[in-house]
Design a protein around this ligand. Structure first.
Ligand code: ADP
Ligand code: MG
Length: 706
């Protein structure tokens, strides 16, 4: 338990604000259970009040069995027809009940004799549970129930029943009792209101206390539909404050960064200028603008934290190169990290080609660089001889020490959470100084998400593709027409184009995926004997993988069969046809990433999404989106809509968006105001910032710390 809560215990409860009132002041909570509750992040009465119901159960009316549908949570009142024990795979007690409108089966896997005996024929029961479709009739598995006397009339609940998020060891009923008492303690002045009054009036939000009371104990006659949908004004009031808390905590990270020191990379870099002059193409306007924004940030004496978003193929790599050369020109070192070995290697090849003629040393480090080679690299790095180090996560292992690291570039890493970003920055810390950070993402992040999750970063957008690109034409074709697709590959190669054939499997097993790719490569080589067919997958030796990639790049291979290892970053402009197998199983952003490997040259490119029927509704929608647009932002927006933010961000970030009540999709309309309010509070009421964050994120991982 925190010192805050312990100290508070000595003062009389009635005089305290609820954020200082320990749980031991509630009935039924002794020191032992208080300690246990603290383990769940519940230390004060305020904590209980902000542990919000996840949903509600409507036990206010009795539903006739005949009207139940699968998935309903409902109260029924029925008589027992029959009770029997069934010995199947698992012993279970089955009780058939009926109410004149229909019958229902209650199923118990755990039961005792007296329970079994209570289900006598004709006994009346009040039952609460979730309806499921069973093999013969609707069922409830382990419902709550109560035996009623013959003529007994038991009132139904008057209010909706709140259901709280629980974990093992924390019982629903405990939470219900605690919240009941906590709500009882709400009184004027006991829970500070931090939102500006003007805002509350403007958005017609109720005050904090009423909102909390409402969501914990909705009054009789409450608007059930609104509550279930999470759009009741009381819920919106709280969701707003929660989004505000998250946003403020990220802004705080950014504010604090301004007090940290970094190398001011402000002297002109002739190397960078030479690099830009010798490129075989002219930079796009967007590239020039973003480079300008980076140079401006890098010249400051506090660390840049900037996210560069640009759709696949928008040319982020040269932008990164320019930033790197600016740092090198100022006598500093740069680390460039990519999420996969393949992509890191490709960067290494690109940067070596570009930088070596300019007299800049590029080094390579991955987990596979070992022994003497690694030792040599590390000592050259420590001596400052290697100026640009490219690699994977291995760049940030404990024994990797730079002489003067001033800039960290992270490519294609939209799955990074804020704590990981901060951890990386800290690893590059040298005494007082931290490196500048540039994060590049190819998956455009819809504004919704970027505001809630990336508000600690400044953002630049490369919103223009290099000239001469024609949008990729996309078709969806059923598996049954494979022969046609093979024919199409033959035709494309005959015209001098190159082709990717991507094998995907839903199973996480890499080896299965590699096997599938191997098999496919064999079959295709046989069907297309006139073509040179290559194969890359994750289980090849690094050397073989890069040899085959470069053979493809050189045009020595016509057809490259690959697993999703080529998903990010791979760049072969002459490849203009891509076949994606099992496309129905991939998410939109992954499909977009894959498709982004073609359409990089001037030839008209196409993408064939091969699927196996029947398509689920979701899959059908995804394929339709892919056919309709090439715009990464639009695709990301649709992805968010179809899947929701938790899924879109992937498991690594779910911890960050475990909102208590807010929902990024549903609450989008609030976001502009959240941003305004954050600005207003930071400017006018800076003393409120910490308490708001603490109230909502107090027990979350401390990503506000720098
Ligand atoms: P991404 O943003 O997906 O990382 P890349 O940096 O790999 O894109 O660039 C895609 C391709 O476009 C590369 O072949 C690159 O050389 C080329 N390219 C980048 N900028 C330009 C430009 N301004 N004009 C023409 N081609 C460009
Ligand atoms: Mg890239």
């Amino acid at each position: 338990m925190s010192a805050r809560a312990l100290d508070a215990g000595r003062v009389s409860p009635a005089a305290q604000t609820l954020d200082a009132l320990p749980l031991t002041s509630l009935r039924g909570v002794g020191p032992r259970s208080a300690q246990k509750l603290a383990g769940f992040g519940l230390e004060t009465v305020q904590d209980v009040l902000f542990h919000l119901p996840r949903r509600y159960e409507d036990r206010t009316r009795i539903v006739p069995i005949g009207r139940l549908r699968g998935g309903d949570h409902a109260v029924i009142e029925a008589g027992v027809d029959l009770a029997e024990i069934k010995y199947g795979k698992r012993r279970s007690l089955l009780v058939r009940v009926s109410d004149g409108t229909g019958s229902l089966l209650l199923r118990f896997f755990h039961f005792n004799r007296s329970q079994q005996e209570s289900f006598v024929r004709g006994a009346r029961l009040r039952i609460y549970g979730e309806v499921r479709r069973g093999p013969s009739m609707a069922e409830m598995v382990h419902p709550e129930y109560q035996r009623l006397g013959d003529d007994e009339q038991v009132a139904v609940e008057e209010r909706l029943t709140p259901i709280y998020p629980t974990t093992e060891g924390l019982h629903q009923l405990t939470l219900r009792k605690l919240s009941q008492q906590a709500v009882g303690l709400l009184a004027p002045g006991r829970l500070p209101e931090w939102l500006p009054e003007r805002l509350l009036a403007q958005l017609q939000f109720s005050d904090l206390q009423s909102a909390l009371r409402y969501v914990h104990r909705p009054p009789p006659g409450a608007d059930v539909a609104a509550l279930e949908a999470g759009v009741h004004p009381s819920q919106q009031r709280l969701a707003f404050e929660e989004l505000l808390a998250h946003h403020l905590s990220l802004r705080r990270v950014r504010l604090r960064a301004q007090h940290l020191r970094a190398e001011a990379l402000d002297t002109p870099s002739p190397t960078r200028q030479a690099f830009e002059r010798q490129l075989p193409f002219a930079l796009t306007g967007a590239q020039r603008r973003v480079i300008g924004e980076l140079l401006h940030d890098l010249a400051q004496a506090h660390p840049m934290m900037r996210l560069v978003q640009g759709d696949v193929g928008s040319g982020k790599t040269v932008v990164a190169a320019a930033a790197a050369l600016q740092a090198v020109g100022c006598g500093c070192q740069v680390a460039i990290m990519a999420p996969t070995e393949l992509l890191a290697e490709q960067h290494c090849a690109n940067f070596s080609d570009w930088f070596t003629p300019l007299g800049v040393r590029v080094g390579w480090l991955s987990g596979k660089v070992k022994g003497k080679a690694r030792q040599r690299l590390l000592s050259e790095l420590a001596a400052g001889e290697v100026q640009v180090l490219v690699g994977t996560h291995a760049l940030f292992q404990g024994d990797v020490a730079f002489q003067r690291l001033a800039l960290v570039i992270i490519d294609e890493q939209h799955r990074f959470g804020v704590h990981q970003r901060l951890a990386l920055r800290d690893k590059g810390r040298a005494g007082e100084r931290v490196p500048h950070q540039l994060i590049m993402t190819a998956t455009p992040i819809p504004r919704t998400l970027s505001m809630a999750l990336y508000a600690d970063l400044d953002t630049s957008v490369i919103d223009e593709l290099p000239p001469g690109r024609t949008p990729v034409q996309t078709v969806a074709i059923g598996e049954g027409r494979r022969a046609e697709v093979v024919q199409r590959v033959r035709q494309a190669c005959r015209e001098g184009r190159q082709v990717y054939w991507v094998c995907t499997l839903i199973e996480e097993s890499e080896s299965l995926q590699c096997q599938a790719a191997e098999d496919t490569a064999g079959v295709l080589a046989e069907a297309l004997p006139e073509l040179n067919v290559g194969l890359v997958h994750g289980r090849l030796k690094e050397r073989d993988k890069s040899a085959r990639m470069s053979a493809f790049k050189q045009g020595e291979l016509d057809l490259l069969v690959a697993t999703t290892v080529i998903e990010v970053g791979v760049d072969v402009p002459n490849a203009s046809l891509m076949i994606i197998e099992n496309a129905e199983r991939l998410g939109l952003s992954q499909l977009h990433q894959l498709r982004g490997r073609v359409g990089r040259g001037t030839a008209q490119s196409s993408c064939v999404l091969m699927y196996r029927a029947p398509l689920s509704q979701m899959a059908r929608k995804r394929l339709a989106v892919m056919r309709a647009t090439n715009d990464g932002f639009e695709i990301a927006r649709q992805d968010l809509e179809l899947r929701g933010p938790g899924e879109v961000l992937g498991t690594r970030q779910t911890g960050m968006i475990a909102f208590r009540i807010a929902d990024l999709m549903r609450d989008q309309p609030l976001l502009d105001k959240v941003e305004d309010t954050a600005r207003h509070l930071i400017g006018q009421h800076p003393e409120r910032v910490e308490p708001i964050i603490r109230r909502w994120l107090g027990h979350a991982p401390r990503y506000g710390q720098v």
